[in-house]
Write a protein that binds this ligand. Structure first.
Ligand code: UTP
Length: 289
């Protein structure tokens, strides 16, 4: 099984970022000069993905526009001789990569959003990337590390990281035999447990590689935590039929769905931006007390 398709669920309400997200998609918020969704798309393409499937809603049209060509802008950049900018704009979507859009009518949860893409995935394995989890994998992106595991196991892989015990209510938390192993086999998974009920200190972050069996399980999944159809609950059911691996990836993850995570990512990415790094480092000194 080869992995060529990825789902980008972008139909959430982004309430933690209101009022910024009232009319603008959270996934279009920039980290320095690129929107979050573009980082996720670049990570997917670098890992071999060729078909991008966005699960959107009515307020997310800017995402479609971002990955479409903009004739007026390109004509203007050509006329003004701005070749570098033209290359940046045209390079957003490389040759051979296609986009498809499917609507989630109302935000009924991540599991429901993934299910909306069923017809486009058909019977193939696929990746799911949540753009608000920005992951700097360093040498090798998080999804690329997961693809390496998938190529060996040919079964589902989810990305996990160590989380503070007090924060289990924010994550799906996995049950594995040995939480110190980089690649562990899942025994269970539970969405947003209370700290005393958490089976480990490993929380799921927004990268998944799943087999298509998940769709029939999602169809049978009823509302879970927060009244939403949870992908975590369907993965828990998948364990009865297939092996699922948890990968403790190498790299730094920023929770850009939260204000603090977003600000940290902005600083980290500005500090390694080729045009900005030096000057920004100097300006930053003025803010450090
Ligand atoms: P989040 O829970 O982080 O996003 O979902 P949210 O609901 O938009 O944000 P808050 O909590 O209200 O601030 C993770 C990802 O899943 C998508 C979101 O767009 C986000 O990228 N999602 C979530 C959907 O596509 N549909 C849903 O019903 C829920």
């Amino acid at each position: 099984m080869k992995l060529t398709k990825a789902i980008f669920p972008v139909a959430g309400l982004g309430t933690r970022f209101l009022p910024a997200t009232k009319a603008n998609p959270k996934e279009m918020m920039p980290i320095v000069d690129k929107p979050l969704i573009q980082y996720a798309v670049e990570e997917a393409i670098a890992a071999g993905i060729r078909e991008l499937i966005f699960v959107t809603s009515s307020s997310k049209r800017a995402i479609e526009d971002h990955f479409d060509s903009n004739f007026e802008l390109e004509a203007s950049l050509i006329e003004r001789g701005k070749k570098d900018l033209l290359e940046i704009v045209r390079g957003i979507l490389p040759e051979g990569v296609s986009c498809a859009y499917v609507r989630q009518k109302s935000p009924q949860g991540l599991g429901h959003a993934v299910l909306c893409a069923k017809q486009l995935i058909m019977n193939e394995p696929f990746a799911v990337l949540l753009a608000d989890d920005l992951i700097d994998g360093g040498q090798q992106s998080c999804l690329q590390q997961m693809v390496s595991v998938f190529e060996k196991t040919q079964s589902s892989v989810i990305a996990v990281q160590k989380i503070p015990p007090a924060e289990t209510k924010k994550y799906g938390v996995v049950d594995v035999a040995n939480a110190e192993e980089k690649i562990a086999t899942l025994r269970g998974i539970i969405e947003k447990p209370d700290p005393e009920k958490a089976p480990s200190n490993l929380g799921v972050v927004g990268r998944y590689i799943l087999t298509p069996h998940i769709f029939s399980l999602l169809e049978q999944t009823s509302q879970g935590s927060g009244g939403e159809i949870q992908l975590t609950d369907a993965i828990a059911s998948l364990l009865k039929y297939e092996t699922v691996s948890a990968l403790q990836f190498s790299g730094k993850r920023y929770d850009c769905g939260s204000k603090l995570g977003y600000l940290e990512a902005t600083i980290a990415y500005a500090l390694k931006h080729p045009e900005l790094a030096e000057e920004f480092k100097r300006s930053l000194q003025d803010f450090v007390v």
